[in-house]
Design a binder for this molecule. Structure first.
Ligand code: ZN
Length: 86
């Protein structure tokens, strides 16, 4: 298996936790939830992402942009969206 989705912190191949297929705007979107195989690394990533999320939401509030243009369901793990045309 090639490293198609390396962890941007340690460079290890991220492991797929779960995949979900849903229909969005007329096409099937596969959402792949991945996590770093190193729990310590993932913990640090979670903290970074939480910081970024808060910063982004603060920015959205300041600019008075519609909040729903950003994904609000972002969990502790990175959600990777792939649009597959079927
Ligand atoms: Zn990592």
């Amino acid at each position: 298996m090639d490293i198609s989705n390396p962890c941007f912190r340690c460079g290890k191949q991220r492991i797929v936790v779960s995949t979900k297929k849903e229909r969005l705007a007329g096409s099937w979107v596969t959402t792949t939830v991945t996590s770093c195989p190193d729990p310590e690394c993932q913990k640090i990533l979670n903290k970074q992402m939480e910081k970024e999320r808060v910063a982004r939401e603060t920015l959205v509030g300041l600019n008075k942009l519609p909040v729903n243009s950003f994904g609000r369901k972002r969990k502790d793990i990175i959600l990777k969206k792939r649009v597959s045309v079927l």
